[in-house]
Design a protein around this ligand. Structure first.
Ligand SMILES: Cc1cc2nc3c(=O)[nH]c(=O)nc-3n(C[C@H](O)[C@H](O)[C@H](O)COP(=O)(O)O)c2cc1C
Length: 323
């Protein structure tokens, strides 16, 4: 395997999605293989204490690497090797032939998270089927619900999230609310990605500041912030929930991240974008309520919740450290 060929593809590898756009992955070039690992400085210990989203993002990155290599005609495979202590997921290794995938580097470049309004209408069966079949092939399930059924849970989850100082400060550290932020083009969540106008971005920065937040938190800020996103699910659309296999170990979550990436690419190809709403499965109470609603025995099996639809306007492209 010519490792120089892989290095040249890194900007496309980096288009993989990650929670808060932390891009937690690392690549270590080791002679005949490239190890995929993670940087703990890019984990989210407050928002993601179990590491679920970290591993899903690492799986999405792994799948992206394989797709991009295949598109370049490189025979590269993945050898799993999850090792928590060494912060390793596995390695890209030489294979007999390129990874078999219907997706291309262009699909990887075109995909983006869409926090924009969606055109009204439920998902058509063929579109849902394209996402669902990716999960089924990997022993997982995708369930769908009308958006409005989750509106109350989203409100409760947002209140929980903005009421937790550790989670809120961690989020603030990854917000890039002004183009003057030196990390604006590199990582995190920009004002554009969050669709905040200038006044809203300035307001959010002010209320989340270390001085203001503790006071405002007691005065009802979490309720106000949660109310601001209340309308998000108040429309005629769908939410998809990825349900992993029972007792999914950490390496299983990496595999589920690969499924998630294939689902998001399949939807993107069909003109749809997704908007993850992980807060619903981050808060124990809303996660349990969603599991009951879906008749899923173990709430820990809920791995991802996304609003899906045809964007009414093009979602902006997110920043990356490797371009
Ligand atoms: C496992 C995972 C969880 C995510 N959770 C959320 C979320 O709760 N809310 C949200 O707005 N975006 C969420 N995202 C989307 C990321 O913020 C997004 O992928 C990142 O900002 C990069 O943008 P892009 O997807 O447009 O490339 C999540 C992404 C992943 C992979």
């Amino acid at each position: 395997m010519n490792l120089g060929d892989l290095r040249a593809l890194e900007p496309d590898f980096w288009r993989a999605p990650s929670a808060h756009n932390t891009q937690p992955w690392t690549l270590r070039y080791r002679g005949d293989r490239v190890e995929i690992g993670w940087d703990p400085a890019c984990a989210l210990p407050a928002a993601d204490p179990t590491g679920r989203d970290l591993r899903l993002g690492l799986g999405a990155f792994t799948e992206t690497c394989l797709i991009v290599c295949a598109d370049a005609g490189l025979p590269v495979g993945f050898r799993p090797g999850y090792d928590r202590a060494r912060r390793l997921v596995g390695a890209l290794v030489a294979a007999g032939e390129p990874y078999a995938t219907p997706f291309t580097a262009d699909d990887v470049r075109a995909r983006r998270t869409g926090r924009v309004p969606y055109r009204p209408g439920r998902l058509d069966d063929a579109v849902f089927g394209a996402a669902a079949e990716q999960a089924e092939a990997a022993g997982a399930r995708t369930l769908r619900l009308p958006c409005r059924r989750l509106a109350g849970l989203l409100y409760d989850a947002d209140r929980h999230m903005f009421g937790d100082p550790a989670v809120t400060f961690e989020l603030r550290a990854w917000l890039r609310l002004s183009p003057r932020d030196p990390r604006y083009g590199l990582d995190g969540l920009t004002d554009r990605a969050l669709r905040l106008g200038r006044a809203e971005a300035l307001g959010l920065r002010a209320v989340l500041s270390p001085r203001a937040y503790p006071v405002l938190r007691r005065a009802g800020l979490p309720r106000l912030l949660a109310a601001a996103s209340r309308g998000l699910l108040d429309h005629d659309g769908d939410v998809l929930v990825l349900v992993g296999p029972a007792g999914c170990p950490p390496e299983g979550e990496i595999a589920m991240g690969r499924v998630l990436m294939r689902q998001w690419l399949a939807l993107s190809r069909l003109g749809h974008t997704v908007h993850p709403l992980s807060q619903i499965i981050d808060a124990p109470a809303t996660r349990a309520a969603l599991a009951r609603m879906l008749d899923v025995d173990d709430p820990a099996r809920l791995l991802s919740v996304v609003r899906v639809g045809r964007p009414a306007e093009p979602p902006p492209r997110s920043a990356r450290r490797v371009r």
